[in-house]
Write a protein that binds this ligand. Sequence first.
Ligand SMILES: [Zn+2]
Length: 404
Amino acid sequence: MLTLVTSIASALGLPLGDFELPALPPALPSDPTGQAVPEGDDEPGAEPDGWAFDPRRCGTTEEVEVPRRRRWVRHKVQSRETIAEIAFRYGAAPWEVRGWNGLGSDVRRVKRGVRLRIKASRVPPPREAIEYTVQEGDTWGSIARAHGATPVDLRAYNYPYRGKMKPGTPLKVLADPIVRDWIAAGKGLHERVPRGGVGVGAPDMGTLLGGVRIPDPDDAGRYWLRLPRTAYGTTHAVTELLTAIDAFEQRTAWTGTLAIGAMSGPRGGALGHHKSHQTGRDVDIRLPRRAGVSRYAELRPRRVDWAAAWDFVLALAEVDTQVIFLDYKRQKYLHRAAKASGADDDTLREMLQYPRGSHARRGLVRHYPGHEKHFHIRFGCGPCEFTCTSATLAEKSNAQVDAD
Ligand SMILES: [Zn+2]
């Protein structure tokens, strides 16, 4: 009943604060498929794979509290924030936030000023309302990017926005203090990958803020972009990818060109038939071909240079790679090439799921059906990306089942 009342209230734009919120503890929230989401005292507060906010690397004095156990906080909704964005900031899932606050499953936003109850796994500082004076050469896009906002949001804060790009005009900006400090601290450093690319949410549900395109290949021609329009990622993921490609070149005898496929669109979100690739930290890369095999020949196992593929796995293991997906049937070739190259048992166990079965939750390389000709690589969340959720939301809702 409460859900109905609050849905109507939000549809009418009424403040929800006037309605009574459900008493603690809330009922088990459900994910979109109707499964109960595990909830209780044994829930880990920290991200499962050890994501850590690093203020020094972000050039900020701001803090993100990561409690040992998830704790209740109140969040005052700011202009244009969506339920999903709010949930991701606190390391929660959107359906959890809707459940805790008696909101219907179709509610995307609630009115500004409403206070939502959230069981947070991290507590970042809220966005700050600041006044920014337009400088020569600014665009809506450049100002948004420098403050961790989207151009659409920035224009909305300053509606009506026509004529406001004149130098000297004051603009209202809701800035994410950590993202803003991180970008500001990178000024003049000439880093290989520009700052500001931040994942919002989980690989299978989220968006990308300030997406950074994988740079065009240099003269060395070590890779090429098969799909340049979906070659956008987070600053962290693109940096890790380039670093891994460098390391690969150092260790491999392979002289081919890596074919990089889809990463994310410039603003993330759902991408074609892909389940993930939504937050700029998943990328598909074709398995390296043996010398002399045409670029157009179907990539059968015997046409793959498995020794080079193994070199690439080792290079990826040197950077912040969370998982590499490859069909289990193909992993045996990788295993064989690794052994032939002299890899010891510990390294094999650490790198490959094979031969423990396609359901084993061990090894950097994991089975995923349909990944027979390419690696699907997922990088971790960057040290300043407090809106990034490490596990996929599908994994999160199954956390209890997979705890063993
Ligand atoms: Zn993929």
